[in-house]
Ligand binder design. Structure first.
Ligand code: G1P
Length: 322
């Protein structure tokens, strides 16, 4: 008989559900997002949201709940079949595009729930309560894209399977940027460290602190594994930073009641699509990496940057000469 440590705890079930809060108005991208949900803006040739769902399914998630709002049903359509388009592409013998449009509908069971008012991330997660039921689940925020070669969510799920409670994705940020994030205080734990991941115990969480008040420069990124008890904690949470019901405050409440909180410090490839500048960088980085587009695009980029540098050299100065 194997030793008990290798036997899964009796109450542990694998985490199969992910919740993607996607009810926001996308004001930072107006006018592009007047009629098109921010989550469907293409990152190269795929909507940002599809990257997130692919990341979830790669980690073993089979059921995805999109928390949406009015005017955003096209997000759900993206993961539906398109028999008319499929027939057209089939008749043309265009197998590559046929596969590309079928793929999103084959990823996972996609569900949606409405957030009727923008009352904060905690409130958005609460909209998933009935669907999630009594099991641990992942929350994935659409502004963070994690490179498929650096599987953060799978690592977080395995930490959760072993230790239970809450598991958060963390990155180090410059201290002057910590006020854009939830910030945490940590203690080391006895766990193997890899170049990409370090597991830590979280002892404090603060939503969007000022840099001088932040417990550290470790920021919560948009990947969470949460126990179902979070829903009751959110119900008891008063509006916090920005007048919104904050997930960080509900997690801090659960922690104060004894729920273990761990973090996985991530040092892998992450692309932020949250604002226009970061979105542009993400598109360029991902395009450079693509086998089909990358080689030509990189060469163009090198030539473009060279011509920009040449143009910025003041005539008559010796800048740029060797
Ligand atoms: C939310 C969370 C914050 C977290 C961030 C990650 O903030 O409230 O704790 O650090 O996502 O992107 P938001 O970006 O929605 O303001």
């Amino acid at each position: 008989m194997a030793d008990n440590a290798s036997v899964p705890r009796p109450h542990h079930r694998p985490t199969t559900k992910a919740v993607i809060p996607a009810a926001g108005l996308g004001t930072r991208f107006l006018p592009a997002t007047k009629a098109v949900p921010k989550e469907l803006l293409p990152v190269v040739d795929k909507p940002a949201l599809q990257y997130i769902v692919e990341e979830a399914t790669t980690a073993g998630i089979t059921d995805v709940l999109l928390v949406t709002s009015r005017g955003k049903t096209s997000m759900v359509d993206h993961f539906d079949r398109r028999p008319d388009l499929e027939a057209l592409l089939e008749a043309k013998g265009d197998q590559r595009r046929l596969d590309a449009i079928r793929h999103p509908s084959e990823l996972a069971a996609i569900h949606s729930s409405r957030q009727d008012e923008p009352k904060g991330l905690g409130h958005a997660v609460l909209c998933a309560a009935a669907h999630v039921g009594d099991e641990a689940f992942a929350v994935m925020l659409g502004d963070d894209l994690i490179d498929e070669r650096d599987p953060l969510l799978a690592e977080m799920l395995s930490v959760q399977a072993e230790r239970g409670g809450i598991v958060l994705g963390l990155i180090e940020v410059p201290r002057e940027h910590i006020n854009r994030y939830g910030s945490v205080a940590i203690e080391p734990v006895d766990a193997p460290e890899t170049p990409l991941f370090t597991t830590v115990k979280i002892t404090e969480m603060v939503e969007k602190p000022s840099p001088d008040e932040a417990p550290s420069n470790l920021a919560i990124i948009g990947r969470y594994i949460l126990p179902p008890e979070i829903f009751d904690a959110i119900r008891k949470t008063e509006p916090g930073a920005g007048g919104e019901i904050q997930l960080t405050d509900a997690m801090a409440r659960l922690a104060s009641e004894g729920t273990a909180v761990h973090g996985v410090v991530f040092r892998g490839r992450r692309y932020d699509t949250g604002d226009r500048g970061d979105y542009l960088k993400a598109v360029v980085q991902i395009a450079c990496d693509r086998a089909d587009l990358g080689p030509e695009f990189r060469q163009w980029l090198v030539d473009f940057v060279r011509s920009e540098l040449d143009a910025s050299v003041v005539p008559g100065s010796d800048g740029g000469s060797e």
